[in-house]
Design a protein around this ligand. Sequence first.
Ligand SMILES: Nc1ncnc2c1ncn2[C@@H]1O[C@H](COP(=O)(O)OP(=O)(O)O)[C@@H](O)[C@H]1O
Ligand SMILES: [Mg+2]
Length: 208
Amino acid sequence: MVTRHIALFNAKGGCGKTTIAWNLAMGLSRRAPTLLLDADPQGSLQHWADWATEAEGFEIAVGEWPAGSGPDAQEDYAYWVTDCAPVLEDPRTRSVLASADLVLLPVLPSALDLWASQRSVEAMELLREARPGLEAYLLLNQIEGQSALSRASQKAAAAIGLPLLPVHIGRRAIYRSAAVEGRSVYQTGRRGIAAVDEIERLIEEILK
Ligand SMILES: Nc1ncnc2c1ncn2[C@@H]1O[C@H](COP(=O)(O)OP(=O)(O)O)[C@@H](O)[C@H]1O
Ligand SMILES: [Mg+2]
């Protein structure tokens, strides 16, 4: 099986890398075996990992991105989803980005956050020059409805360089409460329907 490696990266903290990594990985794991990898020394995914092994109907495994060049080729997984540290210079970030097929850069809909992401965008553009097969997209996170701010952010994001994914993630309390409960939005029943819907749209978009 050819593994597709999807990395969540932005040198800006708090933009949703970990949240999106784990919900995305859970959604992917309903389609095919998925390995969720933590490359952030903060290890936020570890608590959740203990619970995840008990998740029924989800073909997911969770591990740490090893120091050095990354995990051995593991043909048992269709997808790897890696959560990066917000540090471009971290050797693990470097090795994740060197191995990724697709990099998603979450950005919040604010001018300050977009500017703070400029360096990460430039780093992706450099990587893409060296490796034209690498796909990289900005992914707006914590969008609030169809507000003027959301529309302005879409325009601003489109101007900073990388292509913007046409699917956005909304600002929803369920992402926070699911995390507190040690769950993904897929395990929150009716409360999570809208969030599951948008994660599913994100998956359809990146698997196109
Ligand atoms: N779409 C969202 N809606 C509501 N809260 C969110 C959303 N995405 C992230 N958060 C919250 O924002 C905070 C930062 O998210 P996190 O995934 O930890 O970012 P990062 O990994 O980039 O530092 C967390 O408290 C998380 O629960
Ligand atoms: Mg994180």
